[in-house]
Each structure stands twice: as C-alpha cells, then as structure tokens.
Design a protein around this ligand. Structure first.
Ligand code: SF4
Length: 262
C-alpha cells in the first residue's frame, strides 16, 4: 500500500489490506470526483482555428464545441467548414482519454439572421462595423446556448487568427458575459504561437482550410482581388498541400477596428 493510500485509510478508518480492491476502487472514485473539470462551450469559427484552442484548454475544461456560423456564404461552403469541424472532433476523440472527449453542438445555419445584422453595413471594410456585429451575433448565441446547456464558461476561437481584433472580441465577450451571467474566457488564443499551432494541427488532421473569412462580402472581395495577387500566407488544403491564400483569408475585425458600441 503506498503512502497516499495509507493516509486515506487512516482518515476514513474503513480500508485495510484485506479490502484492498474495494479500497482501491473507492480511492479512484475519490480522485475522479476531485478531477471534475468545469464545462466550457467553445464557439468555433472553423475546424482549423478550434484545434489549437482545444489543445490549450482540454486539460482544464470539459469542452463542447458550438459551431454557429450563420455568416458563412454559401450553403456548400458552410457544409465544407462544418464537415471539417466534425472530422477534427472525430479524430481528436479517438486518441483522447475519457476526461478529454469533446462534444459538438451544431447551431442552426440561419444566413438570414446574419443578413439582418449586416443590413446597412454592406459597404463596410473588413474590420469595420459589419464584423463587430458578426462577432456580437455569434458570441451572443454562444452565451445563450451555454446558459441553456448549463455550461460554466464560454469562449470563442475567433481570436486565433492574427487578423482578428482580440481587444474587440474581449470587450464584446465580457459585456455579453455580464448580461447572461456566465463567465467569458477572454484569452487571446493567437498568443503563444496559437495561430502557428492551428496551421500545424489543421495539416496534421487533414482539415479543409478556407481562403476567405466567411460572408459573401469577404468572398466577393477575395474574388475581386484574384486571391493569389495579394497572397500573404500558405494555407493547407484537405490533402495537406500548400496553396496560396488571398489576403482576406480569415480576416475580419482587424486590429484597426473602431470601438464597438456595447
Ligand atoms: S468579414 Fe468575416 S467577420 Fe466580417 S462580417 Fe464577414 S464573415 Fe463576419
């Protein structure tokens, strides 16, 4: 019997050597109870960005991924991104222990709701007021779902992209957190090499990577620029091959965003 078990034996005065199996089971049960982690609803903008956040938080939280992205244009593109999310979760869970299994909630794909939030903001540049509303829409739905499902925390993978404004995301998340009475994890997930790690993990899991942020405005701007001309990074396609991605890939809410109205 090791020292730790002996200590438990003395404290509880019910476990001696003759009951070692029973005692070991109780001991393990006690350890399991101590290890119950708080639950987290993680809004995921896409499979690749979620990989690095999951890797970073899985030891501390029981994670459910919430895939709610009504901004994505069009329906086929939505399915490609949703399927990449499922592919990542399936593969991750196969090699993860029982304590680190991830669940998935797929939100309703309701592009008309995004269009309402973007009304009047169609000509905003990326990083402008349309992106603020887009973040707000997804964060609000995440907080609402987290409360409904009894989660302890909520957060988002949006800050993984180096082009997305962490300060803006944190402000929105914290304001929504107060309104819904649930804690928001406001970490900047691009820090500590978070973005680079997401690219590595997306390649490892063979995930589809998009070349525009999501909405029809970003897709249109991407087409107009011709993509390759403004290439800033090599992205990884589903088969792991590098391809050029246009500058608007994964952008939105750039650090130059105006202050949001909360
Ligand atoms: S560019 Fe991206 S963040 Fe901005 S509105 Fe479109 S999908 Fe949303």
């Amino acid at each position: 019997m090791d020292t730790e078990k002996k200590a438990l034996n003395i404290e509880n005065a019910v476990w001696d050597g003759a009951e070692d199996d029973y005692g070991a089971a109780c001991f393990q049960e006690g350890r399991d109870k101590q290890l119950v982690k708080p639950s987290l609803l993680l809004h995921s903008c896409c499979g690749p960005c979620s990989t690095a956040v999951v890797e970073r938080l899985t030891k501390q939280y029981r994670i459910t991924i919430f895939f709610y992205n009504p901004n994505i244009y069009d329906g086929d593109e939505y399915e490609r991104r949703r399927d990449a999310q499922i592919k990542f979760i399936d593969q991750f869970n196969r090699s993860a222990g029982a304590e680190e299994q991830i669940a998935l909630i797929e939100g309703i794909y309701e592009p008309e709701v995004f269009e309402q939030s973007a009304a009047g903001l169609e000509h905003e540049p990326e990083g402008g007021a349309r992106c603020t509303e887009c973040f707000r829409l997804r964060l609000e739905k995440t907080a609402e779902t987290a409360v409904m499902t009894g989660c302890d925390f909520f957060t988002t993978s949006l800050s993984v992209s180096p082009h997305k404004n962490h300060g803006l995301i944190a402000k929105l998340g914290n304001a929504i957190s107060v309104r819904y009475g649930i804690c928001f994890i406001s970490d900047d997930f691009k820090k500590k090499d978070g973005y680079r790690r997401s690219v590595e993990l997306a390649a490892k899991y063979g995930l589809y990577r998009q070349n525009y942020c999501g909405c029809r405005f970003a897709a249109g701007a991407c087409t107009e620029t011709g993509g390759a001309e403004t290439s800033v990074a090599a992205e990884h396609t589903a088969d792991g091959a590098a391809r050029a991605a246009c500058a608007c890939a994964e952008t939105g809410g750039a650090e130059t965003s105006a202050e949001p109205e909360l």
